[in-house]
Design a protein around this ligand. Structure first.
Ligand code: P5A
Length: 438
């Protein structure tokens, strides 16, 4: 993309209503704009980030055998009356009436819809297990929307739902999802620690939240410092092998980690004192096992091995895709701006033409840009160099390819790594190879 023609409205001033760094930086880097309280428009660079995250989530869901669907955002109240959650859910649910006075709602989550759809089709235990997921907008009329997209009212979530014939199989599905999530966060370039969590209005008795540790996080957390360096994915896991999943899960669960609602003082005391960490975290994902809660209340059964009807066991699996944009920035920024992890960045590199109008600079930049125009943001504005450096640092591109008249004459550019500040003087081809292979 050419910066001169793109819609990337950066701000020099710090927006006064934004309380935390990620919110300020999302506004300043031109990623989003608020259109109503807790409701945002995603601008071109922000949308690229949102899509990059969603695509990684999607690939890692597919990899463990989950299948993508797309449910409507609007749901019928009748379904929620069947599960018994319509009244229980409270004022967070946006309730709507259509022209025929029929009660609808904007989905805050989709357990009812998916249970109804799947329940109508499944006949036999032989068709289980099934894991279905979608990446779709949700609405929750949060009492206190804040921190930008981090606690929005309309937000983008990956929500997955597992259906199994018995407890043992449902636990395998739960562990598969946990594995998929840890792989997802590793690829996103952030560390999110799974912690024992409360189940809230989703229900159930087995639940983990995944938290990115950050002082601005909304959840209080207690965890064993051994988790700071534990590599959960060190051993290969065959997701079709129950023993592999069990071994993986045991390894993850063998260290204390709990959100404040589930904190257990007695278990905490068995963690060596020098390893006890108390802090705050941002909940970027939450997984639940709730058994037959919905299949029972909505009267869904399949024929079991001996022909008798069985209520399938369920779990649901959420990742806050739009929240992750803010959370990743919260975990990865400095005073100058965002530091995007490579896989998430809207552009791999910015090309900074320090002397627009100089024929050598222009020719070299154009040639570079045309190698991969969708991966580069070409700063072709006739601004001063200082403004270009500041904008590139603010927007957080992993690399900056800096092209000045002196180097350009010799076919050389300066390559800067945003995360470390390292600088390399390279030929155009060397710089290209380094950026595109990262
Ligand atoms: C799991 C999938 C559920 O809704 N049902 C379907 C289950 N879980 S959850 O914990 O309530 O939400 C899942 C994740 O969504 C993100 N999230 C939000 N993101 C931005 N703004 C919000 N207001 C918001 N509420 C929830 C969180 O990342 C959460 O872990």
């Amino acid at each position: 993309m050419r910066l001169s023609r793109s819609f990337l409205p950066t701000l020099k001033e710090t927006p006064s209503d934004a309380q935390i760094a990620s919110h300020r930086l999302m506004l300043r880097a031109g990623l989003v704009r608020q259109t109503a309280s807790g409701i945002y428009t995603w601008l071109p660079a922000g949308l690229k980030v949102l899509r990059n995250i969603a695509n990684i989530v999607r690939e890692e869901q597919d990899r463990v055998g989950a299948q993508e669907v797309l449910m409507a955002t609007i749901q019928s109240a009748e379904l929620w009356k069947r599960s018994g959650r319509y009244d229980a859910y409270g004022p967070e649910m946006l309730r709507i009436k259509d022209r025929h006075e029929r009660e609808l709602l904007y989905g805050p989550t989709n357990e009812e819809v998916i249970t109804d759809v799947v329940g109508q089709e499944l006949k036999s235990y032989k068709e289980l297990p099934q894991i279905l997921y979608q990446i779709q907008w949700k609405f929750r009329d949060e009492i206190r929307p804040r921190f930008g997209v981090m606690r929005g009212r309309e937000f983008y979530m990956k929500d997955g739902y597992g259906f199994d014939i018995d407890y043992k199989s449902a636990v395998d599905t739960y562990r598969k999802m946990m594995l998929s999530y840890l792989r997802t966060f590793q690829r996103l370039g952030v560390r999110a620690v799974p912690m024992v969590a409360d189940t809230g209005p989703i229900g159930g008795d087995l639940s983990h939240e995944f938290l990115i540790l950050a002082p601005t996080g909304e959840s209080g957390v207690f965890y064993d410092g051994a988790l700071d360096t534990l590599d959960w994915l060190a051993d290969p896991v065959d997701v079709d092998k129950s023993e592999d999943l069990e071994k993986f899960f045991k390894n993850v669960s063998s260290y204390y980690a709990a959100t404040d609602e589930k904190h257990d003082e007695k278990a905490w005391e068995s963690v060596p004192a020098e390893r006890r960490r108390e802090g705050r975290g941002i909940e970027v994902a939450h997984i639940f096992y709730f058994g037959t809660k919905y299949t029972k209340s909505m009267d869904i059964t399949v024929a079991g091995p001996d022909g008798t009807p069985v209520h399938p066991e369920m779990g649901s699996y959420g990742i806050g895709v739009s929240r992750l944009v803010g959370a990743i920035i919260e975990a990865s920024h400095d005073d100058a701006g965002i530091i995007w992890p490579d896989n998430v960045a809207p552009f791999k590199a910015a090309i900074l033409n320090l002397k627009v109008g100089d024929e050598t600079c222009d020719t070299l930049c154009e040639a570079l840009y045309n190698k991969a125009p969708e991966q580069f943001l070409y700063d072709d504005r006739s601004d001063r160099a200082g403004a270009k450096f500041a904008d590139a640092d603010l927007m957080g591109h992993p690399w900056q390819i800096i092209v000045g008249p002196r180097g350009a004459k010799e076919g050389k550019v300066e390559l800067k790594r945003r995360a470390t500040g390292e600088r390399f003087e390279l030929t155009v081809d060397e710089a290209l190879a380094k950026v595109l292979s990262a």
